[in-house]
Ligand binder design. Structure first.
Ligand SMILES: [Zn+2]
Length: 71
């Protein structure tokens, strides 16, 4: 059984299927121009996991945003 760790609290989340954490969310990025760490130019994907508890705290406190993009 494979486990994925929350980037905030380190909690282990069971990997249900290929980076699908049970009780959390996976975020994948090919990088961002403004980052000196994740501005990959070779197709590398960076993945982080956040458990539901940490996400709930982040959304409640406003650290994380929840928006609906314009249609
Ligand atoms: Zn967490």
């Amino acid at each position: 059984m494979k486990y994925l760790n929350c980037i905030c609290c380190g909690r282990s989340l069971e990997d249900i299927c290929e980076y699908q954490p049970d009780g959390g969310t996976a975020f994948h990025t090919y990088g961002h121009y403004g980052s000196a760490v994740t501005d990959h130019m070779d197709g590398t994907v960076t993945t982080v996991f956040v458990c539901d508890s940490c996400m709930k705290k982040a959304l409640t406190s406003g650290v994380a945003r929840k928006d609906k993009p314009d249609a």
